[in-house]
Design a protein around this ligand. Structure first.
Ligand code: NAD
Length: 471
């Protein structure tokens, strides 16, 4: 019987291991982390992350074959398969700052695996890493622990936050990359046997290591590129009177293109898209491919442009100043059904409005006041010119209040910005909201979820991304 251990109990490690434990009841699965508070939360009734369906899975397996622990070394030493799902953020200092992946956490995990291992192990890259990382990991492991066979596999995770459990139950594919040697093939088979408990074998793709590592970066780059493409179209729509929803619908009908990921919005966020494209850009630059690097860079530039375009639209619509005006921010998470705010477009939009001295009243059903205050007070890192920009002044931060109800957020406000597509925002009583607001009352819909016609009938001035403007 194999034993599994996962290093890193975050948005990927936690849900992925919970589903493996559920689907493979005979396999003991431990998830370890250096963060005591995270592990304590995984062992409590208040899990550290919000993800639909996750709580049920954890409750079913925890204490039976799913264990969360800070005793990293003990669980790693006992495991046959060690997943590594630590964070791989963008480097902010030194060589490659602003683009390259920071592999510090990975390296320290690999050194620890080497230190504590007394039996052969399969080490699985679950984190998203640059191509050729497996080569570096192999070196660290084999040079530090002789006589033990380490097989490195790349098994990138394709789940999306907000739908992680469903994605893990029924993934489009599971990708496993390994060495093309008999030992490599044996390791691939061992991991395949785990997934085959619930995933049809024709959905388990096996490749060489470098293809698997690169495929994850490529998938995120393609997804982000679609968003930037449709957002670039949204700007053309606004300039010409075309409607981006109609354009997306028409374009997506083409079976070569397909309808998914064609919603115009205030921009993409989350911890992965920007970082993984920057990582790809760095790989291109290191391999003497500057034109290819520029191509991918443009995807992020359009995303940044979309956020600043949105802020400019708000300020210019509100008579060129938002100074002292209350603006309700509906939604702060980077997408619905998650409390994750990493790289959320809400940070840049809020900072832009605070820069023009607006007063913000923010409501998100899954994001805490602490998270919002922390995100808004943090220095922003400028990837294009790798420096930390100055954080907002404390007096700007004082202009922010965080409330627990959309009606409270919008009361007495001059305008509403919808920044996350939470379902509850579709069903708000907009007449009641309108009655409680300053006039003229504006809606700036960064997710195109508001019923524009209905709200215009009520009396709102509505701006939706890529849609014809109010007369
Ligand atoms: P996360 O920050 O939520 O979790 C990482 C965890 O690793 C943290 O809890 C941290 O304390 C822990 N950790 C770091 N170093 C450690 C060490 N040496 N020993 C033990 N624990 C350690 O990150 P995440 O969102 O789960 O992402 C993890 C990886 O998966 C990243 O490479 C990311 O790019 C990739 N990924 C993320 C998503 C997503 O939607 N979040 C999807 C697919 C892939």
């Amino acid at each position: 019987m194999v034993k599994i251990c996962c290093i890193g109990a975050g948005y990927v490690g936690g849900p992925t291991m919970a589903v493996i434990a559920l689907k493979c009841p005979e396999i003991p699965v431990s998830v370890v982390d250096i963060s005591q508070s995270r592990i304590a939360a995984w062992n409590s009734d208040h899990l550290p992350i919000y993800e639909p369906g996750l709580e049920e899975v954890v409750k079913k397996c925890r204490g039976k074959n799913l264990f969360f622990s800070t005793d990293v070394e003990k669980h790693v030493a006992e495991a046959d398969i060690v997943f590594v799902s630590v964070n791989t953020p963008t480097k902010t200092q030194g060589l490659g700052a602003g683009k390259a992946a920071d592999l510090t956490y990975w390296e320290s995990a690999a050194r620890m695996i080497a230190d504590v291992s007394k039996s052969d192990k399969i080490v699985v890259e679950k984190s998203t890493v640059p191509v050729k990382t497996a080569e570096a990991i192999e070196r660290i492991l084999t040079h530090n622990r002789k006589g033990i066979n380490f097989q490195i596999l790349s098994n990138p995770e394709f789940l999306a936050e907000g739908t992680a459990i469903q994605d893990l139950y029924k993934p489009d594919r599971v990708l496993i990359g390994g060495r093309e040697t008999p030992e490599g093939a044996k390791a691939i088979k061992a991991l395949k046997d785990v997934y085959a408990h619930w995933i049809p074998v024709d959905r388990i793709l096996c490749t060489n290591l470098w293809s698997a590592e690169l495929s994850k970066l490529a998938a995120n780059a393609f997804l982000a590129q679609r968003i930037s493409s449709v957002n670039a179209m949204s700007a053309i729509c606004e300039a010409t009177g075309a409607d981006v929803s109609q354009v997306s619908h028409s374009v997506g009908y083409d079976s070569r293109i397909g309808p998914k990921f064609l919603n115009a919005s205030v921009g993409f966020g989350g911890s992965c898209f920007q970082k993984d494209i920057l990582n790809l850009v760095y790989i291109c630059e290191c391999n003497g491919l500057p034109e290819v690097a520029n191509y991918w860079k443009q995807v992020i530039k359009v995303n940044d442009y979309q956020k600043s375009r949105f802020v400019n639209r708000i300020v210019s619509s509100m008579f060129n100043t938002v100074s002292g005006k209350k603006i309700a921010i509906l939604g702060f998470a980077f997408k619905k059904d998650t409390g994750d705010t990493r790289e959320t477009p809400a940070i840049d939009v809020c900072k832009g409005l605070l820069g023009d001295r607006a007063k913000l009243s923010i409501y998100d059903p899954q994001v805490t006041e602490d998270q919002i205050q922390r995100d808004l007070s943090m220095k922003k890192f400028d990837w294009d010119h790798p420096v930390h920009l100055q954080p907002l002044s404390p007096s700007s931060i004082k202009q922010v209040s965080v409330v627990w109800d959309a009606y409270e957020a919008t009361k007495d406000s001059h305008g509403i910005c919808v920044l996350t597509e939470w379902d509850e925002f579709r069903n708000l009583d907009f007449q009641k909201i309108y009655n409680s607001m300053q006039k003229p009352a504006f809606i700036f819909d960064g997710r195109n979820i508001v019923d524009v016609e209905k709200c215009r009938k009520i009396g709102f001035i509505v701006y939706s991304i890529g849609k014809p403007l109010d007369a």
